[in-house]
Design a protein around this ligand. Structure first.
Ligand SMILES: CC(C)(COP(=O)(O)OP(=O)(O)OC[C@H]1O[C@@H](n2cnc3c(N)ncnc32)[C@H](O)[C@@H]1OP(=O)(O)O)[C@@H](O)C(=O)NCCC(=O)NCCS
Length: 173
């Protein structure tokens, strides 16, 4: 990926998440793009990147063989929101994750958006379980049948997002 593309993606997230969160999420997106195993999927409109979603490895320490990902961030430039870009990102990326043999995808996010794509609330732990105050915000999409049920115990995301504030839902509603 070239620098121009990285900058476009980072900017999409900065704008999508607005004044309150934009700078933090943009930095997170930049840090994720530095990691070789990050999956980054973009949707274009009018020849430019209108939306982007990323997936990074998410590990259940007692079940390292189960191939899980964390979905974050997912953002669409305000000028393109509400026009099907988010839907395209979700559908394209889920298809890709299935094709590479992923077992499950976890997300801490808007409880009204992700269930459209068959994500459902989960009782598995976030890396900071005590900070999950909005239980329905922590969701999973199972991609290989039976893979999620057997998961339990402590979880780890990649270093850029292993900070308590990233998992504190009392701050984000
Ligand atoms: C949430 C977001 C990614 C959705 O992308 P989008 O391009 O605006 O969504 P689409 O136009 O593809 O809409 C897809 C469906 O989701 C619905 N939807 C869109 N945003 C939604 C939201 N915030 N909450 C609930 N539903 C939403 C749409 O009504 C649409 O439903 P339909 O298929 O029944 O018509 C985008 O609005 C965004 O970047 N928002 C700000 C950042 C954010 O909140 N990211 C997710 C945080 S976890």
């Amino acid at each position: 990926m070239n620098q121009a593309e990285i900058s476009s993606i980072v900017e999409v997230h900065r704008l999508a998440f607005g004044k309150a969160e934009g700078d933090d999420i943009a930095q997170l997106a930049r840090d994720f793009l530095d990691q070789a195993d990050t999956i980054s999927i973009s949707a274009k409109r009018d020849g430019k990147i209108a939306g982007n979603v990323m997936f990074t490895p998410f590990v259940f320490r007692d079940h390292p063989e189960t191939k899980c990902y964390l979905l974050a961030p997912c953002g669409v430039s305000p000028e393109y929101q509400g026009r099907g870009v988010g839907k395209e990102l979700m559908e394209t990326s889920i298809e890709h994750l299935r094709s590479i043999g992923a077992d499950a995808v976890f997300v801490l996010g808007v409880p009204t958006f992700y269930p459209r794509y068959e994500f459902a609330p989960t009782d598995k732990e976030t890396p900071y379980p005590d900070l999950l105050t909005v239980a329905e915000a922590w969701m999973v999409l199972e991609l290989s049948a039976g893979s999620v049920q057997k998961l339990s115990g402590k979880t780890t995301a990649i270093p850029p997002i292993m900070h308590a504030h990233c998992w504190d839902t009392s701050k984000h509603g």
